[in-house]
Design a protein around this ligand. Structure first.
Ligand code: LLP
Length: 416
């Protein structure tokens, strides 16, 4: 459930009319709901119950400081994949001691920075990475806490671009090499083995692959214990899907409870979850204005002021995002439209074949835009990136200002 609802035919973000926001802050505009973010985070945190755990929100889903600060205030941990994401977490008031660092290509200076800040754990994805972390920790005279990301070889049955737990993917350490790699880790002087990690993919709508992966990892943890290697936390990654169209993913409560149940009797094994999309996606919308209605020979087009540079998911993954009217009252006749942006690419669309009653000047909201929305925005076609707004009840905060033309060439230099 989220806090974007119609009241008398007008779309509201919590207690604020979205059309008022559009009038005041212009479009395209990302609008987030604090209550929704908090609700989703609590859904995970409460469902795990008494079992020792930490919800490490996946920063890549939405790394705006406003969003991170809301979650930091709840006591959230964070899953990061770069020094930049760590810097954002710290700037937003997050605690480095609750940060796990994922990703296949950590640079030495990123590792150094993370060690200096005292993060909770590196999720290590290969043997060369292990050696690099060992070397950097050695230079600093510290021990680096690590998990190995194990590739459990389960099929997440999601889009191939966001499926990560299969042998053919670049992620993680194969199950067959897990014991040997743990033994190597345990033998390195500046490595402290603390955990085990996995992440099998994103936008999963079925609970079975998660449970399957968890069970496989628990077997491995027991095997390691017999060899004298103790694992104190198990990080099951993120990946729980959301409803964009007619998907029926399990509720976070169901998912987290299923994970916690498998951990029964293992109170010394802390459970870590890394949800991103399930917390942020439906806590945000992208508001856009219809510039023109263009009647093609075979299609009706609504040309809007948001484009693939603002919201890449439809162009990149053919992702379907719901597009709704901000004001339901209209004199226009419904037709089937392609909702397209101004960028010079055929792939620049937000939605195809949408049955909507539209006229120039109308406002539309792209739903489920809070995750992998602004973070994947670019300046392609030299378009300024949109503003981002956080609504909290009737309070409105600009959490990122709209870019201005001068921002477009920040750091660039002309030749004389
Ligand atoms: N942990 C790790 C190690 C990850 O790689 C990811 C996402 C997550 C957690 C969070 O997954 P989530 O709970 O959000 O599914 N841009 C794509 C999604 C890419 C996800 C990459 N990894 C999209 O727009 O669908």
């Amino acid at each position: 459930m989220d806090h974007f609802v119609y009241r008398d035919g007008r779309l509201f973000a919590e207690d604020v009319a979205v059309s008022d926001l559009a009038r005041q802050h212009a479009t395209p505009l990302y609008v987030y709901s604090r209550a929704t973010l908090e609700r989703h985070w609590h859904a995970f945190n409460d469902a795990v119950g008494e079992h020792p755990h930490l919800i490490c929100y996946a920063v890549k889903a939405n790394s705006n400081l406003g969003v991170l600060s809301v979650l930091a205030k709840l006591g959230s941990g964070f899953d990061i994949v770069s020094a930049g994401e760590l810097a954002r977490v710290l700037e937003a008031g997050g605690d480095a001691a609750n940060v796990v660092f994922s990703g296949v290509g950590k640079k030495a200076d990123e590792i150094r920075y993370a060690l200096q800040q005292g993060i909770m754990c590196f999720n290590v994805e290969s043997e060369p990475e292990l050696h690099r972390i060992n070397a950097v920790a050695g230079e600093l005279g510290v021990k680096a806490p690590i998990s190995l990301r194990i590739n459990p070889d389960v099929d997440a049955r999601t889009h191939p671009y966001i499926s990560t737990g299969l042998k053919v993917n670049k992620f993680g350490i194969p199950r067959e090499r897990a014991i040997a790699t743990y033994e190597l880790a345990a033998s390195l002087p500046h490595i402290d083995v603390v955990g085990m990690d996995c992440h099998i993919g994103s936008q999963l709508t079925d609970i079975d692959p998660f449970v399957d992966a968890l069970e496989r990892l628990l077997v491995l943890i027991d095997e390691l214990a017999e060899k004298g290697i103790t694992i104190s936390h198990l990080d099951v990654g993120g990946g729980l899907g959301v409803t964009y169209n007619n998907e029926t993913p399990p509720h976070p409560r169901e998912y987290a409870a299923a994970m916690a149940e498998k951990m029964t009797g293992r109170d010394d094994l802390k459970l870590i979850l890394e949800p991103g999309r399930a917390i942020a996606a439906n806590a945000g919308i992208l508001v856009t204005e219809v510039e023109f209605i263009k009647e093609g020979e075979e299609k009706h087009f609504a040309i809007v002021d948001a484009a693939m540079n603002d919201m890449l998911r439809p162009a990149l993954y053919s992702a379907w995002q719901n597009i709704i009217r901000v004001e339901q009252h209209t004199a226009a006749t419904p037709k089937v439209y392609d909702i397209v942006g101004p960028v010079c690419e055929t792939g620049d669309f937000l939605g195809k074949d949408r049955h909507l009653a539209l006229a120039a000047g109308d406002l539309l909201a792209v739903r489920s835009a809070g995750a992998y929305g602004f973070v994947m925005a670019s300046n392609y076609n030299s378009r300024c990136r949109p503003a981002e707004i956080m609504v909290d009840g009737d309070q409105v905060t600009v959490v990122r200002e709209r870019e201005i033309l001068k921002d477009l060439w920040k750091g660039e230099h002309k030749l004389t």
